[in-house]
Design a protein around this ligand. Structure first.
Ligand SMILES: Nc1ncnc2c1ncn2[C@@H]1O[C@H](COP(=O)(O)OP(=O)(O)OP(=O)(O)O)[C@@H](O)[C@H]1O
Ligand SMILES: [Mg+2]
Length: 168
């Protein structure tokens, strides 16, 4: 029996980004970074914070499992999550460009709502990255640096005290 997950249905996964591959119509995988000595790239932390956020109703790409996939013939461990189609955004992009683009404005408003909701649940959103879906909802991706009260954090915390929170 192959150790490759049955969630992978593409024999030839499609590369989306440096270490992100689409493995089926529904799922992508995020491979362990080659720079993984830096804990900040840790997919095992990322799946934990993604599961917590998802279970509390914060719209993150649905986390599935960390499992083996086969990319270019090589079996590798990765974090499998829902593939989200749409337009990518981040608050940085918005702040930089002050773009009049309505989608970008909408996604930033949605982000502000989620940021407050998350914060009140004890989730601290760091370096937000999201996708605005075709039905005009946002789903966060790359939650690797988010924090949750009580969850051991592998990096230096931006804020030890949530009350110090101003802007991220
Ligand atoms: N769940 C997803 N659905 C669709 N596309 C995704 C998803 N997750 C990641 N991507 C795509 O892959 C890119 C990189 O993902 P991510 O930011 O998680 O990886 P990274 O290694 O931190 O990359 P970077 O250093 O560029 O931020 C995203 O900008 C997006 O284009
Ligand atoms: Mg990223």
């Amino acid at each position: 029996m192959s150790k490759v997950t049955s969630l992978q249905t593409y024999d030839e996964p499609i590369r989306v980004n440096k270490r992100i591959y689409k493995i089926s119509n529904e799922y992508i995988v995020k491979l362990i970074s080659s720079k993984s000595l830096l804990a900040k790239e840790d997919i095992f932390y990322e799946i934990k914070i993604a599961r917590i956020s998802h279970s509390m109703g914060i719209p993150v790409a649905e986390p599935i499992i960390c499992d083996y996939v086969k990319i270019y013939g090589k079996i590798q461990m990765g974090f499998i999550m829902e593939y989200v189609a749409g337009i990518e955004g981040s608050n940085e992009e918005y702040n930089k460009s002050k773009h009049p683009d309505t989608d970008l404005q909408l996604s930033n408003q949605l982000y502000e709502v989620e940021r407050t909701k998350a914060f009140n649940l004890g989730i601290f959103i760091v370096e937000p990255q999201w996708i605005l879906t075709n039905d005009k909802k946002i789903k966060f991706i790359d939650v690797a640096k988010w924090q949750y009260k009580g969850l051991e954090y592998p990096f230096k915390r931006i804020s030890e005290n949530f009350k110090d929170y101003t802007e991220i």
